[in-house]
Design a binder for this molecule. Sequence first.
Ligand code: NAD
Length: 480
Amino acid sequence: MEMIKNFIGGELVEPVSGEYLDNYSPMTGAVYSKVPNSGKEDIDKAALAAKKAFPIWSKMSPKERADRLFHLADLIEENADRLAKAESIDQGKPLWLAKSVDIPRGSQNLRYFAHAIQNQKSVSFTDIDGILQYINRIPIGPSALISPWNLPLYLITWKIAPCLAAGNTAICKPSELTPMTAFLLSELATQVDFPPGTLNIIHGLGQTTGEALITHPDVPVISFTGGTKTGAHISETVGPMFKKMSLELGGKNPNIIFDDCDFEKAIGGSIRASFLNQGEICLCGSRMFVQKGIFDKFVSRFVEETEKLQVGDPFDESSFIGALVSKDHLDKVLGYVELAKEEGGKVLTSREVRGLKPEHQKGYFMRPTVITGLAPNCRVQQEEIFGPVVVITPFETEEEVLSMANGVDYGLSASLWTQDISKAHRVARNIQSGTVWINSWMYRDLRVPLGGMKSSGIGREGGDYSLNFFTETQNVCVQF
Ligand code: NAD
């Protein structure tokens, strides 16, 4: 059984208490590794290490910091197969997806910000009467980087890269449900010439380890990605401490299909938007709105395509859907399917997962599920489910679909499918969400801001938005 360790001050160490949590593989439902159940003492040690490293790391030149991030990216690439397999076993996602998206993105995140910090421009203003003003961007200090379970390596490196590039030190708290690739990353980081304490990775539960981290007095920055409820708790708890905070939270994203769409493209894009990564992507389009002229034809074809999706062995290249992350999560998602029936919905897809291998019989698998007939304001249409469940609702007019699309607390992302360019831009402008894809889904450029409106969060991550977040600005005014 693999014993995961914390990474503190450049060393892999056991938790102070010696306590561990069980780590289950969603594929088999069996415990396959142990995760440190870290406490306040571990966070104190990590915060001290990060505090000591900060003056050394922050005074290194951008090139020196970038070289170390490039080295870590090289190591991820050299170990890509091992990392992808670990991500698949730990999270349940298909191996092909981990290989083609999660792991390559991990190294790209590091490379992107290693380049960006070396090309960062500073702004200055000069005046004819002898005034020069310029703006310094100053790293802030030890930063708490807290990530969820759905894209473990992708999202943690998305935070580590700009945080370290900008000159801060980091204390990461990966999800207790998917700690393995963060642990492997810490093993790789021991080979990089980071000043000890520059990067720390502490494992444990949100309510204890996470809570000790966000409230630590020596940690002035919190970059959090996770659920809206947790985000609200963090905001309420640390608000009076005036920490710099970025909260990337949940979504209930609309996917709007107009009569005049490219039908085949809209079907293929909507299948991916609904079910990729078992529907466990914050950007998944879990609410589909289809215009009345093509509603019946679209729904029947969409159900047909959904039924073709193979669910099962994440190591099998032909599996589109692997296992959901945990037993609790599977029960929650299946609970929403039952609730949909109580709320008057009609389930159009089959329920039984067939053909599982014997070793996967206790894994957390479910079939992708399509539901119609639900009112826009019922719970299933309002609450984030975060699984392979999509609800399809008909609409007639732009006005009507905008009111339904915007009629939730969330505002993370949206997709729309139409051939009418004016309508596409007009509708996009009126959707309350941080990202809108037109005739596409989840095109994620590292340079553009990602983040939510309304209850989907505060803050933006990506390119300069991340580098700005991880720095304080200071105006200097000189008279000469
Ligand atoms: P979660 O909020 O339960 O946990 C996220 C992380 O926060 C975990 O590491 C957890 O241990 C930690 N945590 C929990 N309580 C804490 C506390 N009191 N103090 C500090 N840390 C604490 O979310 P999850 O279930 O892991 O992830 C799923 C959610 O993440 C979904 O809502 C999804 O939409 C969202 N998400 C959002 C984005 C985005 O970019 N907006 C990306 C991915 C996932």
